[in-house]
Write a protein that binds this ligand. Sequence first.
Ligand code: PLP
Length: 383
Amino acid sequence: MSLIYLDHAATTPVDPEVLDAMLPYLRGEFGNPSSVHRLGQRARGAIDEARARIAALIGARDSEIVFTGSGTEADNMAIVGATMSAGERTDVVVSAIEHHAVLNATKTLDRTRHKTTVAKAVGSGEVDLADLEAAVGDRTALVSVMLANNETGVVQPIADVIRIARAGGALVHTDAVQALGKAPIDVRGLDVDLMALSAHKIHGPKGVGALYVRGGTRMQALVRGGSQERNRRAGTENVAGIVGFGRAAQLALERGLDDARRMATLRDRLETALLDAGGGATLRNGSPDRRIATTTSLSFEGVSGEDLLIALDLEGIAVSTGAACAAGSPEPSHVLRAMGLARDRVSSSLRFSVGRTTTVDEIDRAVAAVEGAVGRLRGRTKR
Ligand code: PLP
């Protein structure tokens, strides 16, 4: 049974060209980039090349890219490292729909010194700008709002977020893990200070991320040791992983938005078919107006999302009930709850996310399988 993989928001398969780029660094080119001899310097050169490719994808300078061990680590570095370096300003404002990598990073900060305020979300899936504005004050060190949400795909009103943060004199961090490669990103045009990225969402390897740190931004290192990454992140670099990230970024840049347009067509085909088949009992979560191309969150009234996921898995279709890292957790999605959706609707939701390799045939087969499974689970045969 061939797998129909509709969980690209959780992770993507490594592109064969990415793997080819990585393999030499897992074989003969095993040097330590900090070594002075030529083997080490070749590894250093490969890292520099990858850094330039990632910088090019987001319009940054090479020196502004810090490699990390994951998107999660990049978020933690931004939240904790920048806030702890902000002097008199001590507080953090985040949105309620952030990934746990942001929400839980704030817990590292000493509560007696650093206050965290969580701004609400509205039904469309966007941060509530009025609530955000009310939360930002003269003690706010950092405002963190993601570029695109991982469960609904909804693109956040980041220009407004930045205007509000700047008016309050705060730094801005944005988690661009889901948006990277699917929407054009230009850190200069956006005017953010910090941006978290992850390789495995753009057909790169897992366990590699990066943080964009605008030149001049003060940020303490969280991982201390050697002077790697200009003292911002110690530890011998994951050379092969970084090279893979660089190649994945280069492919994303080359393919431009053609991929995104194709994926949006596939996502819309799936979504429209399921909404039509549901006849009012299947609902879309979040507004379709501004979304990344890949993702849709749907609720199937009267059906448990977990049961539907398992039924689809038995038929070789991979989807998820929400963020991959929250799967298996009994807690309903904090994102959908923050959007004001009732518990029943949240627990009947599934996230579908298409990718570069998804085909029309896969979409049509998945639609038929979902319709069948929903019909069975609702205890009646459809049509
Ligand atoms: N932020 C968002 C929005 C994500 O979707 C994810 C991954 O699911 C992360 C952060 C964490 O990235 P990583 O898996 O590289 O730790």
